[in-house]
Design a protein around this ligand. Structure first.
Ligand code: IMP
Ligand code: MG
Length: 177
């Protein structure tokens, strides 16, 4: 396992993201929805870098890539409980990979009548993108490998590490995904 981005690099990137988002939503109130579990650490850091009034919620998604469903089945395990109609919603998650999870959740939220919905992920993993969606804001872009740490797990391991790492292919038990 090797370091992809250190704690310091992550902190600097989050300051930049916080500045950009605060500028773009100037004068508005944000409704920030963190995706559990992977997005918890990024969410906690990002909300402190955003200098606007904001409300927060969390949702939990689950995706099962299976052979019957090439797009994967996305389930909203825990939905938000707040009313978001007329609100400017920002979804915060660890990573966008195929894009199916966040596309499904974004479409789900749009039915609740928000003024806008955008997505911010720590990592934009572009090489397996399948759904026609990309994050509106992202920290780092990767073009290969499986990332862990800073909220991201492999079989529930490594989530609590403060930096981002790339797993070696032999550590994932197969070719890199
Ligand atoms: P999707 O393919 O964009 O729907 O992403 C589904 C989920 O797969 C993400 O929310 C992550 O939990 C997980 N995932 C995808 N790529 C990685 C990775 O490189 N490291 C850790 N988790 C990943
Ligand atoms: Mg996730």
């Amino acid at each position: 396992m090797k370091v992809l981005h250190s704690e310091g690099e992550i902190a600097r990137k989050i300051r930049d993201l916080g500045d950009t988002i605060s500028r773009e939503y100037d004068g508005k109130e944000l409704f920030i929805i963190g995706i559990l579990k992977g997005g918890f650490m990024f969410m906690a850091d990002l909300v402190r870098a955003i200098t606007l009034p904001a409300k927060i919620e969390f949702a939990r998604l689950s995706s099962y890539a299976n052979s019957d469903s090439p797009t994967g089945d996305v389930t909203i395990v825990d939905d938000i409980h707040a009313v978001i109609s007329g609100r400017h919603v920002l979804i915060v998650d660890d990573i966008m990979d195929t894009g199916h999870s966040l596309l499904a959740f974004k479409e789900h939220l749009k039915k609740k009548g928000p003024a806008s919905v955008k997505i911010c992920t720590m990592i934009d993993k572009t090489f397996r993108r399948d759904a026609s969606i990309s994050p509106d804001y992202y920290g780092f872009r990767i073009t290969e490998g499986f990332v862990v740490g800073y909220g991201l797990d492999f079989a529930e391991q490594y989530r609590t590490l403060p930096a981002l790492y790339v797993l070696d292919p032999d550590e994932t038990g197969g070719p890199p995904t």
